[in-house]
Design a protein around this ligand. Structure first.
Ligand SMILES: [Fe+2]
Ligand SMILES: [Fe+2]
Length: 191
């Protein structure tokens, strides 16, 4: 059974994974609907999704995994070194993929329908990429962390992840991002 103190950090990580998955599902639905001509949603919907990914998973979630979760696990075992190395590389790769998605979206805005297939392919690849990343963290890393980390480790993680917000802007950014997330979810076309 999980210690109560471990729950907050783990729940935060899993909840943030669910939110990013929901945003990526939204992107998939967005690119699917591009063939609907005049009924296609405006590009700003996907722009907002990419902005969210840059501002939250990339600026807050992934750096905290690197800095706290992976570092603590490394100090307890070397059995997970390869997996952690792979996940760290995926954090870097994810950022490059989001930059490429931004470029592909700009191309779609500039030249229209002929750029839609490339955008669609890239979103599908990003969705598959993220789903693998999430699975590795939830099925390998978090169970190992629950098994191996000490109460003191969990206190540090709980504090780090329990208060996920921008260091410069305090709770304001969290509020903004929550609103942006709600906006994205409501703006996504129905499947
Ligand atoms: Fe994660
Ligand atoms: Fe991650």
């Amino acid at each position: 059974m999980q210690q109560p103190i471990a729950r907050r950090a783990v729940h935060t990580i899993v909840r943030e994974h669910q939110q990013l998955s929901a945003v990526i599902n939204g992107m998939s639905r967005f690119v699917e609907s591009l063939s609907e001509g005049a009924h296609a949603p405006p590009a700003i919907v996907m722009r907002a999704m990419l902005y969210y990914i840059r501002e939250y998973p990339e600026q807050v979630h992934h750096p905290k995994e690197d800095k706290y979760l992976f570092t603590r696990l490394r100090s307890r075992t070397d059995e997970l070194d390869d997996v952690i190395e792979e996940l760290e590389a995926q954090h870097v790769e994810g950022e490059a993929r989001v930059r490429d998605l931004e470029r592909a979206l700009t191309r779609y805005e500039l030249i229209g329908q002929s750029a839609a297939p490339a955008l669609r392919t890239m979103v599908a690849q990003y969705a598959a990429f993220y789903s693998r990343h999430r699975l590795l963290e939830e099925e390998v890393i978090l169970p190992a962390a629950l098994r191996l980390l000490s109460a003191a480790d969990w206190m540090e993680l709980d504090e780090a992840f329990g208060d996920n917000r921008d260091p410069f802007n305090g709770s304001e950014l969290q509020g903004e991002l929550d609103r942006l997330y709600a906006l994205i979810v409501s703006a996504v076309p129905a499947s």
